[in-house]
Design a protein around this ligand. Sequence first.
Ligand code: MN
Length: 431
Amino acid sequence: MPKIDRTHDVTKQSWEKSANGHSDFPLQNLPLCVFSRNGGAPRSGVAIGDMILDLVALSEFGFLRGTPGHVVAQAARAPLNDFLAEGPEIRQRLREILFDFLVDGAMPRLGLLVPQSDVTLHLPLAVADFTDFFAGINHALNVGRMLRPDQPLMPNYKYLPVAYQGRASTVRPSGARLLRPHGQRKPGKETVPSFGPSRNLDFELELGIWLGTGSQIGQRVKVGEAAEHIAGYCLLNDWSARDIQGWEATPLGPFLGKSFLTTVSPYLITPEALAPFMVAQPARAEGDPAPLDYLLDARDQTEGAVSITLEAQLLTPTMVEAKMEPHVLSRTSSLAMYWTAAQLIAHQASNGCELSTGDLLGTGTLSGPVPESAGSLLELSRGGREPVALSSGETRRFLEDGDTVLLRAWAEREGFARIGFGPCVGTVEPG
Ligand code: MN
């Protein structure tokens, strides 16, 4: 488990002035990314304030000879799979090198920083596999109540982290084109399905977990060691066509209603950056079963949950026209997870399934306990029956063409610098 150390010192500032007091990327965050500029080849970098420190340029920089230069050179290759496959130690070493290089007092180095506004951001890792869990218990309850008022949670929910196998090939970075998907839809009032554009396009507010170190097929991963496989976190929007999903999903689960696109924020927020925000897993409700042994580890229970605030915002074409701020649809917390990240990973590998560098795990929609903290329009509009009132005077049941969904996330704690994830954005285009 990463420790709090000098790289979390809130009194330290950077010579890159835009980092100081930055809402997402102060000196204490140092998220890795892959970027390109002017159509050039993707290269790796680290976000600092409004800028990106070019790790290729840094690795070629004479000041960093010896071991530091070697570590940076390993991180300088895009995508970051090979570097992150090495595990936590080299990541921590890189963090210390970057912190020491960027901290006030060091001499600013020209030519190593590029403005974020000048670059195209790519996925930080090549995606190996994508699994989307269902760990947000309030979401499971809200959706379950719509389908089965008498039994919202299925009997397995409190025993195992439920998931579906997602589609890796359609994971894209923030800003990727979102075309309204076509598919079979059969509203309850119709007797036969029809094929056409989804009428109930929705978002899902989730965290993504990137795996660094893999495992061998046939090898289980102990829950107490599972967190060491995490390379970092991101925001994840599991776009969902509710009408397509509703008609196709029984009995084998989501398929085309979700596989058209999954958007993630492009910055990798490392476990080291999140060390100050690790907390105890919230206690289970009285009467809930304890996790089975293979999912239970004392240390994971006392410090294996991460406390992150998440927000979903909606910007309609009318708001853009009127130069309005986006409407905040929802604010919620990662502590809505019924399972820790380590439990998700240990469960995924519990049958001997191999974990790969670049595996992406979605947490599931992280709805909070109250209606206005729901992480999808399905929940906010109560299955589409009660349209959501927006600050512009408009209403929404589901997403309309031209609508932009912006996800944000940040972690805060007294005595530490606030760190953020950067945005995860998508705008609906007619399909
Ligand atoms: Mn989902």
